[in-house]
Structures are given as C-alpha cells and as structure tokens.
Design a protein around this ligand. Structure first.
Ligand code: FAD
Ligand code: SIN
Length: 532
C-alpha cells in the first residue's frame, strides 16, 4: 500500500494547481491514466475568462455568466469565482504562463494582455496564448510540478474506484480513505491511501460519438464518486460546441469560438447566413442557441455540416492569431484565409458533475472534486465560454486551502488488497469494442442536442441492458483500461439520461421537444442523483 498526505487524481489544470498548492505541506501523489500532459486542458484553445481590462467589471462578467446559465447558476458561487479570478491569473503568470500581448495603441511600444471575445461575453475578456492556451498552461504547470520534490507523478496509472470506510464495513460516519489504481504497464492493481483525495479527472465527452474531447474524457471521476455514494448534480446539461471541424480524417478538432469572436460568420453550405433568425448576437450567441440553430439547419436542409467563414479578415492576421487552427485546417486541405471551414456541433463540456461547494468539498469527508468533474453551480444550465479554466484555477486554490485547514482523522483503517476476476478471453475484446460504439452512438442519436421523452426512455432501456452485460465482464475478467472506461461511460450515460428524464422542461442545454419551454417551478432546482 502506498500512503500519501494528498492524492490527486488527474493532471489537468485542476489537479496540477491543487498539487502545487498543497505540496509545501506534505507528500503528493498525482495519478494520471496516460502521459501527464494528456488532458482536456491541453487542448483548450480560446482561453481563460477574467476581468483584467479597465473597460470591464466583475459585475458584467457575473451578469454574462448568469445570463448564459439560464437561471440555474448559484449567484454566490459565480461572484466568488469571478472576483477571485484575476488574483489566480496573476499567480499563473508568476509561475511562467505567457499570455498573448498586444501593443498599446499610441504608447511607444508598451504592451498589454491581448483580450479575445467569445459567445455570450459582453466585453473582450478572454486571456489567451494565441489559439493554444491550454497547451501553454499545461506546460507552465507541469514545469512548476517538476520543480517540486514533494510531488510524485504516476503516469499510466488508472484510478478504478474510491475506497470509503462504508465500503470497508467500518462503523461511524463514512469517509474516503484511498483509491484502487491499475498500474497499466505492470498490469497490477495497487492501493493508494490518504485522508485527502482530490478528484480532478475532467469531463465525459467520450460518452458521445462526436466530441471535441480527447480519449481520456470518459467520466471516470463522476462514475467513481457516484459508486462511492457522493451526490452527482445536473448531468443533463451536456454542452455541445457549435464548431468542430467536419472532415473525415480530422479526429475531434475544435474550431475555437474565438474565430467567431474575431468576426467569423456561420453560413449554410450555400453561403447563406442563418443566425439572424435565432438570436440578436447571431454567430456569437450563447453556445446552446448556436448549436441548436446549426442542428436545426442541418436537419432542415439535410446537409452534413455548415460553414464558418472568416475569409474577410486579412490572411496575416488569421495566421498570427490562429496558428494551430490555420495549420490543422491546411493539413486537411482547407485554407481558412481563402475558403470557409466546414463545421458541425460536437459534445464538448459536462456542466454537471460531482456536487461540491466552491471549496471543492463533496458530501464525503476526505473526498474533494475540482474542475470539469465537479458541479459547483458556476455554470448552471449552460457554461459561459472560457469560464471552465477559470473555475478550475479558483476552486483548486480554495480546495487546497480548505484541505490544509482540516483536522485529519487519527485512525487509518486497514485496507484490503484489490480482488479481481481471473479470466482472460481475447474473444471478448470485440464485445467491449462493440459496447463502446453502441453506447456512444445511442447517446448521440437519442440523448443529443434535441431530446424527446420517448427517445430518452428508449436510451434508458438499452443502457440498462448494456450495463448488466458490462457488469458481468467486470466481475469475471482481469481489469483493463478499456473495460474500466466502458463501465464508466455506461454509468455516466445512465446518469445523463436519468437526469434528463427528471427535468420536465427545456432550460439551457437540456432541450426537450415534449417540454419546449422553461418552467419557472424548475428555476434554481438542481437534478441531484445519489446511489440508492
Ligand atoms: P482535464 O484537463 O480533462 O484533466 C483530467 C485529468 O484526469 C487528465 O490528466 C486525465 O488523464 C486524468 N484522468 C481521467 N480519468 C482518470 C482515471 N480514471 N485515473 C487517472 N487519471 C484520470 N475551457 C475554457 O475555459 N477555455 C477554453 O478555451 C477551452 N477550450 C477547450 C477546447 C477543447 C478542445 C476542449 C476539449 C475543452 C476546452 N475547454 C475550455 C474546457 C476545458 O479545457 C476543461 O473543462 C478543463 O481543461 C478541465 O480541466 P480539468 O483539470 O478539470 O480536467
Ligand atoms: C473555444 O475555444 O471555443 C472553447 C472555449 C471553451 O470551451 O470555453
């Protein structure tokens, strides 16, 4: 058994920020299922929303967040996160993060932070590093982690399940005491013990067939927390990003909303602008509205995609501002300076998650959750663009502070070794692959941008059958990361469906044709699921 003062599951912005904060006070294990940089954070493009300009105010950022959140945000949480953002950004810059700057006009070469704009923001307030903000943040944080001798990073280690005193059959109030982890190269399951465990495992885009997320995003944290008895909230609110590159050979490549922020216009494949009929902000309307408008346009015309046109901007500007998007499109034969980019919506962000307060505390003592895995109440029914990196940064700091204030329990329970099935049967691998595909397609077709009660019920029945089958595998066979991820996406899919069925209204990202309007009785009501 490996004992640590702090265990962090995940090495994106949330996990790394927390680890850096607590490291001066004890030994930290960061457990991450692939290489340390592989995370949603690493692919973030647009940037971090924060009030740093004289033309902007906290109040305006709060208002935009509440507006996007469609009546379901927790205003106190929004205010805290928006207020504390600028201080956390300053610390990130001190750690080595370099945001893009621009020359201040008429100032003899003095420079200031360059601020981008995205959907739903009334001001320019997105700090960015060209269009590779996440890669630069991840690099800065990992460099800082490498300078910390108290932190040990366990790459290719897959967290399987949390260990609680309740699961161990101990009397007294439940608390989290450890986690079982598959060391993938060695093929053995190890026990990691601590009385402070942070879930920072990110989101669940891979539950859907089309997603902007990398392969790590399989909802493992939500699944583990739910199995451990923590409450999970608002899982029906899955955000679909309106503009993922549409190309047969492009896997999950996002075309940042910042492209629309710089003037990109959505058009049909015949070149007609169509957003005016949907929202006064047109192509820069909040994401739920843009994604639904594209979905409806594609269904109406039968087209496989729509177009994003920014060819009216100077080519030099586009190459300088969006080097990654420009190069990637070019590799696929599309020159964005000369022709519009084909785009489609794709699953992007999980607004719900493990229910926490703004300090990352879950209902289980010893278990904390921060970042995309958590539901603090910041995003409500629809996240405002570039608020997630902000939330992760602020809440990781607050969780770190909270963990250091806690009084650690004196008794450490004995934790038994992992027991696993012994069977291996390569023939069954095909069943695992088939079930993966089936769940992701089912979720895309039946639990996507536009939902109906009947389709949700069908999806629920199918997922229940699949979960039964997967559970048999789980008990009988030696665990592999594919099987573990399949088990998790199946559970998370079920949580999304159950939550969507539980909300008899359309609000933000949960759009249901059987209840097409918001119901005032459901404003400020979270959908909370707990293991019965
Ligand atoms: P992640 O960064 O996803 O990190 C999760 C970590 O947990 C990874 O290291 C993963 O390997 C590990 N992990 C997961 N499961 C396990 C397990 N079972 N065992 C061990 N390790 C595990 N947000 C913005 O605010 N601005 C943007 O511009 C922006 N652009 C985006 C662009 C793209 C393409 C995508 C996909 C997302 C974007 N987002 C953006 C959203 C944002 O990037 C994420 O919400 C945020 O980075 C999540 O950070 P995190 O630390 O919570 O999780
Ligand atoms: C983007 O660059 O469009 C992504 C921003 C976000 O998801 O917040």
């Amino acid at each position: 058994m490996k004992q640590f003062d702090f265990i962090v599951l995940g090495s994106g912005i949330a996990g790394l920020s927390f680890a850096l904060q607590v490291a001066p006070h004890g030994r930290v294990a960061i457990i991450t299922k692939k290489n340390r940089a592989e995370s949603n954070t690493n692919y973030a493009q647009g940037g971090i929303a924060a009030v740093t300009s004289k033309e902007d105010t906290t109040e305006m950022h709060v208002r935009d967040t509440l507006e996007a959140g469609a009546g379901l945000c927790r205003e106190d949480v929004v205010r805290t996160i928006v207020q504390e953002g600028p201080a956390r950004i300053a610390e990130l810059i001190e750690l080595g993060m370099q945001f893009s700057e621009r020359e201040i006009p008429r100032s003899d070469g003095a420079r200031e932070l360059d601020l981008g704009k995205e959907g739903g923001h009334s001001k320019r307030r997105i700090l960015h590093a060209k269009d590779v903000t996440g890669r630069e943040i991840e690099k800065a944080l990992l460099n800082a982690v490498a300078r910390q001798p108290q932190i040990e990073v366990f790459e290719n280690h897959f967290a399987i399940d949390l260990i609680t005193t309740q699961k161990l059959g101990r009397p007294g109030p439940n608390r989290c005491v450890g986690v079982y982890v598959l060391d993938k190269p060695a093929g053995v399951v190890e026990t990691f013990a601590s009385d402070a465990i942070l879930l920072a495992t990110g989101g669940c885009g891979k539950v859907y067939l089309y997603t902007t997320n990398p392969d790590i995003a399989t909802g493992d944290g939500v699944a583990m927390a739910y199995r451990a008895g923590a409450a999970v909230a608002n899982m029906e609110f899955i955000q679909f990003h309106p503009t993922c590159l549409y190309h047969p050979r492009a896997k999950s490549f996002l075309i940042s909303e910042a492209v629309r922020g710089e003037g990109g216009i959505l058009k049909t494949i015949n070149g007609n602008e169509f957003m005016a009929g949907h929202h006064p902000l047109q192509s820069l309307a909040p994401r739920d509205i843009v994604a639904r408008a594209i979905d409806s346009e594609m269904k109406r015309s039968g087209a496989t995609h729509v177009l994003l046109d920014i060819t009216h901007k100077p080519a030099d500007f586009l190459r300088e501002r969006f080097p990654n998007i420009y190069e990637t499109c070019l590799r696929h034969g599309i020159d964005m300076t000369l022709e519009p980019i084909p785009v489609v919506p794709a699953a992007h962000y999980q607004c719900g998650g493990v229910l926490t307060n703004v300090d990352g505390e879950t209902g289980i003592p010893g278990l904390y959750a921060v970042g995309e895995v958590a539901c603090t109440g910041l995003h409500g029914a629809n996240r405002l663009a570039s608020n997630s990196l902000l939330e992760a940064l602020v809440c990781a700091h607050r969780a770190g502070r909270r963990v250091l204030e806690r009084i650690a329990p004196e008794a450490r329970p004995v934790i038994p070794d992992w027991q696993s099935g012994r069977a291996t049967n390569p023939d069954e691998l095909v069943v695992i692959a088939h079930n993966w595909d089936e769940i992701r397609r089912l979720m895309w077709d039946y639990v996507g941008i536009v939902r109906t009660h009947k389709r949700l019920l069908r999806a629920q029945t199918r997922i229940a059958n699949l979960r039964g089958e997967i559970q048999e595998f789980y008990w009988d066979f030696t665990v592999s990361s594919d099987l573990l991820e399949l088990r998790n996406i199946a559970l998370v899919a079920e949580l999304i469906i159950t939550s969507a069925l539980a909300r008899p209204e359309s609000r933000g990202l949960n759009y249901n044709l059987d209840h097409p309007f918001p119901d005032p009785a459901w404003a400020q009501r979270d959908t909370i699921l707990e293991r019965g």
